[in-house]
Design a protein around this ligand. Sequence first.
Ligand code: ADP
Ligand code: ADP
Ligand code: ZN
Length: 214
Amino acid sequence: MHNLILLGPPGAGKGTQAERISEIYGIPHLSTGDIFRDNLKRGTELGLKAKEYMDRGELVPDEVVIGIVRSRLAEPDCEKGFVLDGFPRTVAQADALKGMLAEMGKPIHHVLNIQVPDETVVERLTARRTCRSCGAVYHLRFNPPREEGKCDACGGELYVRDDDREETVRTRLEEYRAKTQPLIEYYRAEGLLRDIEGGASMEEVLSSIRKVLE
Ligand code: ADP
Ligand code: ADP
Ligand code: ZN
């Protein structure tokens, strides 16, 4: 069983690796960003609330995010394990996660810290393309779709996320540095941190992760 957290700046490859881990180990991929985008698409109140912050590249308030994760982790498919992608992003979220997992009697096995330099972040995010229907992620150079503008998996339309424009990417990196980076020391102190070199190819990054898990 694997209860995992993926940590890393925007564009580190968390979503890409989480999808692979989810397939290989048969555990659900829990992405708070995907949950917000899905809610926005369906026009829910949660989606509209999150959008204000997301569009500016800022973090959504802790109390909004924590409730969502709490109910998601209580679903039966998380009994086999889970891979958290994009949560926690603040010390308050990490503390809340610790509390809810303790109540559920679940440990965290590994926190995979995917490290990439800032130049790589910008290069990856500005050429990221996301499927409007299923959320699958592509890159114009490193992982292009078979047919331009069209999702391989579902045929949906590929678009540029509003927050993947360069100005917003800068704000997201600042948010990451100010609020999320402290979690590296937080989890290192708990003996859970595993550093992963994220600048390599997708296959190489996956194989470093598998080495940690196996
Ligand atoms: P990234 O590609 O940067 O990892 P995500 O899809 O994980 O992007 O997140 C997109 C946006 O959703 C964030 O910039 C933030 O506004 C919001 N968000 C997602 N997860 C969280 C979280 N755990 N706490 C606060 N805001 C979040
Ligand atoms: P995150 O969830 O951390 O924001 P993604 O998984 O969405 O990151 O990856 C960001 C972009 O970089 C996507 O376009 C993805 O296809 C691409 N990408 C992910 N991992 C790699 C890699 N190892 N090498 C090159 N491009 C990558
Ligand atoms: Zn799709």
